[in-house]
Design a protein around this ligand. Structure first.
Ligand code: GLA
Length: 385
């Protein structure tokens, strides 16, 4: 049974009626532009062909009955919660969106999918996007797609309490098949850029490391960026984000910053410049140049931003040694999750075998890897009006 069929069938079994709506909501990759979104910089993500499906129907009362197929676990809530749950934590992604959207009414709901959880492919944003799209349609709330993106971002920041940027929700909601999105996270202006080759594809390799440190260290990196900016603002108070600091200005003011803060800022400022170069490479279909930029991003994330780990570093080094790989880097927040690899399609099996062997030799466990394609953003698959 496909995940979509499982979500539908579980809904029928649990609630004794068919759902009124079924939504598909994908995860994302990010080609380049890591830890730039909350610094007002650009990102270059795309939605992928792995997703969460969510089925729902309205109820006459205010009760919400939620069921996570992937955890085989349900949760019932009578009315709007005032704070996040300790358990089950997956319910917070749904409840946060419902709270942020104004708790429009009772619901029966099931969800599940084929998006790896905790792999850095934005599975939580996918759940939130699905919830927002379904509630907006079911209760005829009339929000635009962009309203929903901003609303799910607020839900994660305020209700769930994760201080993430807007990239994940945006990419999952606005993606298009075979296309990257160049998003300016300061102005929210965006442009679609085609991935214009059928000879290359993307492979995700899972480090196998649970991202346990991720939320506390992610918060720490955000604070370090804010501290660096605050010091630079003493020279120019008009700068409101690290995206407004040039590489030259930062080099000139190095003496004002403690070494760690300087390295954090150097990573962000050079990564923002790299996204600009990557956009040119994508436009001119220079994928060799794109791959080199990915390796540089990995170096920056490893040495200056310090969000890598031995497993991710080994995966990138082994990828670099394989002739079919054009570029590789850790993707997402870091501290675990996946590497993103740009690989010649005809050599994917050979590439995966090479990296898997090296990974197993080093860490005595097998590597999980997936080939992913760029796909459309979240959409309503079925709606019984
Ligand atoms: C996580 C966050 C995003 C972004 C990335 C790093 O995925 O949710 O907002 O900051 O990390 O680029």
């Amino acid at each position: 049974m496909s995940p979509q069929q499982q979500v539908w069938a579980t809904f029928q079994d649990l609630y004794g009626r068919p759902p009124e709506i079924l939504v598909r909501s994908p995860g994302r990759i990010n080609l380049i532009g890591e830890h730039t979104d909350y610094n007002g910089g650009p990102v270059l993500p795309a939605a992928i062909d792995r997703a969460v499906w969510l089925a729902a129907a309205k109820r006459a009362d205010t009760q919400c009955r939620l069921f996570a197929c992937d955890y085989d676990e349900g949760y019932i809530v009578e009315s709007q919660p005032s704070k996040p749950l300790v358990h089950p934590s997956w319910a917070n992604y749904l409840l946060g969106v419902l709270v942020e959207i104004g708790w429009p009414g009772g619901l029966d709901l099931t969800f599940g999918g084929n998006l790896p959880i905790g792999a850095g492919v934005a599975s939580s944003a996918a759940v939130q996007n699905a919830m927002a799209l379904a509630a907006n349609a079911l209760f005829q709330l009339g929000h635009t797609q962009m309203d929903l993106v901003q609303l799910t971002h607020r839900a994660e920041n305020q209700f769930v309490g994760v201080p993430c940027g807007i990239m994940d929700m945006f990419a999952g909601a606005m993606g298009r098949r075979n296309t990257f999105i160049c998003l300016n996270c300061h102005s929210l202006e965006y442009e679609y850029l085609p991935f214009g080759t059928t000879e290359l594809c993307f492979v995700l390799c899972h480090s196998g490391v649970e991202r346990r440190l991720a939320s506390s260290e992610y918060q720490k990196r955000r604070q370090e960026c804010a501290q660096g900016l605050a010091i630079l603002q003493r020279i120019n108070p008009a700068m409101s984000a690290l995206s407004q600091v040039s590489e030259d200005l930062l080099a000139e003011k190095e003496h004002l910053l403690p070494p760690t803060l300087f390295r954090r800022c150097r990573y962000v400022v050079t990564e923002i410049a790299r996204v600009g170069t990557a956009v040119q490479a994508l436009r001119s279909q220079d994928y060799a140049a794109m791959g080199s930029l990915m390796y540089l991003t990995h170096q920056g994330l490893r040495d200056d931003f310090e969000v890598s780990c031995p497993e991710l570093n080994l995966l990138v080094e082994e990828a670099m040694h394989h002739p079919a790989c054009l570029g590789a880097r850790l993707m997402g927040a870091g501290f675990g999750g996946c590497t993103l690899n740009l690989v010649k399609k005809s050599k994917v099996c050979d590439f995966s075998a090479h990296v898997s062997q090296a990974y197993t030799r080093a860490f005595k466990r097998s590597l999980r890897h997936w080939t992913v394609h760029l796909d459309d953003g979240a959409e309503i698959v079925f709606f019984d009006v």
